[in-house]
Design a protein around this ligand. Sequence first.
Ligand SMILES: C[S@@+](CC[C@H](N)C(=O)[O-])C[C@H]1O[C@@H](n2cnc3c(N)ncnc32)[C@H](O)[C@@H]1O
Length: 226
Amino acid sequence: MTEKLSQSRSERDYIPGLGRHFLTPLYDVAHRVFGLHSVHNEMIELAELRGGHRVLDVGCGTGNLLRATGRRHRSVELVGLDPDPKALTRAERKARRAGLTIRLDRGFAQELPYEDGSFDRVFSSLMLHHLDRASKDALLAEVRRVLRSDGQLVLADAVLDEQGHHRGHRQGGMRGRMREQLQDNVGDAVAQRIADAGFTVEPTRTVSLRIGGSIGIVSARLDGNS
Ligand SMILES: C[S@@+](CC[C@H](N)C(=O)[O-])C[C@H]1O[C@@H](n2cnc3c(N)ncnc32)[C@H](O)[C@@H]1O
């Protein structure tokens, strides 16, 4: 695991996968219970990966999407980034057991430690609601910067209905900051935010989780390249 954490951000500047650090060891159990593999499968399909593609997963957590991608596409280059060292340690172990080479970096979505135009695809799964508004915009600007001109962003996050409810999701169990940030996900708001950042977005695909509500998946390309 490579340390790419900016000096200006402390460990407390991010919300971990399940909202609290002590819950991180349970992340993969939650992944299975909610049936998140169906979201990841849909994301991989939308990305239309080809051999030699360089793929970044921002907020990769314990590496489930990277592992699923690597199992299906042996000849893509995989890079994952997350600020949570515990999640990255798990991701590293899982990649090793699966016989996959995945570069894992510790860092933040708002300051991607990569060269301009260095990725063909950027994934982000269930990470957006961990960010405040300024950070969401910073993430999208960073994704634009690191994507090649014909690159594609595939981003998944919860979809709230017009009343601000995530069907079946006990938002009461979420930490206040995250619950608040989730309110930005009503209807088509995520796709609109991505379009406002200069991407051309395709209609959002929706996946219903086994337990809980719906996840919207947005496929977006840089303007003029869709
Ligand atoms: C709900 S988990 C999703 C993990 C994984 N993408 C998945 O689909 O299973 C959200 C992840 O976002 C990460 N995260 C939180 N703030 C972040 C930030 N500023 N930059 C990058 N990742 C962040 C958390 O550490 C956590 O691993």
